[in-house]
Ligand binder design. Sequence first.
Ligand code: SF4
Length: 327
Amino acid sequence: MQDYFLEVQGLKKYFAAGKPSLFQRVAEQVHAVDGVDLQLKRGEVVAMVGESGCGKSTLALTLMGLEEPTAGKITFESRDITHSNEHDRKLMRQKIQMVFQDPYESLNPTQTIEQIVGEPLDVHGLAHTKAEREVRVIKALEDAGLKPASTYLPRYPHQLSGGQRQRVVIAGALVLEPHLLIADEPVSMLDVSIRAEILNLLADLRQTRQISIILITHDLGTCGYFADRIAVMYLGRIVEIGPTHDVLTNPQHPYTKALLSVIPVPNPRLRRQRLILQGETPNPIHLPSGCRFHPRCPVAFEECRVVDPAYVEIGREHRAACLLLRK
Ligand code: SF4
C-alpha cells in the first residue's frame, strides 16, 4: 500500500450564498470545493491548475485549516486534521505553510524584514533566546536566496524589489521548517524575468529540504517547470490528474485539452489548433446536471447531461469513462 504523507478524501467546502429568501428554508450554497480526492507523497510537487473560480484557492485554505470543511477527510502525516481544535491547528500550521500570491499585500509595511520573518517563531514560541531567533531568521532568509541575510534584517518591504519581497514571504514560511508548502500563484504578480528565479528557488527547496509543495496556478506552462503531477480542476472538482509529462503531452479530458491549446508555442512553424470553449463557467450555486463540464464540452453527447463521470484518476481513464457512457 502506498504511504501517503497527505491524503484528502471527498473534500467539500460550500459557502452560503447570502441569506435564504422568504420561500427558502436554507440559503443556497456555492459549491467551491465539491468532492476532491488527492494524495501527496513526501517531497512531491503537485500543481493544481484551473480557471479563476474553479476552487483551487479554497482547497488550499481548507487544507491549511483556514476554512472548515463541509465534508470529507484530510489526513496529514497519519493524523486526521479535518476538524482539529485550535491547539492542534496551531501545531499543524508549523508543518503546513502557505505562500500567498501578492508579496505587496502579504507583508506588513511597518515591520522590518527581521520582525516579519521572526514573527512566526514568536507566535509558536520556537525561539528561546534573541540569538537563537536571529540565527533562524538569517538561515531562512539565506535559504530563500537573500544573501547576505544580515543586510536585509533592518530593511522595510518598500525598500525591496518584487522578487525580493516574494523571497521574504517564502523565508517567513521556511522559518518554521514546514513539511508542506502551499504556494498560491506564487509568481503571478511578478515580472516574467523574476518568475523563473522564484520557481528555481522552490525547486531547490524541494531538493534540499525535501519539502512537498502544492502549487496553485492558472498557468499550465508554469507546471511543466517542476511539478511531478498535475491536477486539473473544474468547478470544484479534479477532472484529470496524472504525471506532468503525460498530462502536458497526452491530455485526455476535453477541458485539459482546451487549456493546453491556448498556451503559446515558441515556434512560429508549429501551429496548435486552438480549442476555444464556448460559454461561461456555470454558476457554482446551480451546477449543471450530469457531467458538470457538459454545457461547454465540445465532444459532449446526450448521456453527459445525465451521468456524472465523477473523479478521473488518470487522464486516460476519462476517455474510458466517456466511452462507457456511450454504451
Ligand atoms: Fe465531455 Fe461528456 Fe466527458 Fe463530460 S463526460 S467531459 S461532457 S465527453
